[in-house]
Design a protein around this ligand. Sequence first.
Ligand SMILES: [Fe+2]
Ligand SMILES: [Fe+2]
Length: 200
Amino acid sequence: MGNKELEAQLARMLNPIRYRHSLGVARTAADLAGRHGCSPERAYLAGLLHDIAREMPPEELLYWAEQAGIPVHPVERRVPELLHAPVGAFLASTRWSVSDPAVLQAIARHTTGYPGMSLLDQVVFVADLVEPSRNYPGVNTLRRAVETDFTTAMIMALDQTIRYVLSTGGPLHPVTVEARNSLIDQTRRLNLKRDEEEMD
Ligand SMILES: [Fe+2]
Ligand SMILES: [Fe+2]
């Protein structure tokens, strides 16, 4: 299926605001991917489909997670909305014929994040938070960070997600904390390597 066909199908399926958001994520992710050295086509597709399960009621998400053999973390049992990411990836593969594992993984990881995220995973995660129709306090700070230093922006995006969850008083998925810690380790290693090279 080409993107135009996918978009037409999505427009019928999602509410107009979510459809506009999905198109925004697709375009923003493709743009970021092009600038940071991963595939704009994959980023566009993952962005387009990332929220296909977002409008499913909680019991349906839990049902599909079980059908797909997705392990359900206790936090996800309490907040089944979080499952729209892995369930979305499952549906993208079974109903939307997406076979690219990198695209499916980026969809699956777009809400909570994951330790050791690929660049594509990160691009979709950040695009979800900064696409043009997003409007929340702090969005412009994150947009500016994306333009200056992508990895710093990604850490800020995870920090922001964590702060948001804390502000709701809801349970925080440990994988989000692990995602943040793994990214911080990764940047520290890169900085050390750069410092060593500069000293050589
Ligand atoms: Fe989402
Ligand atoms: Fe989204």
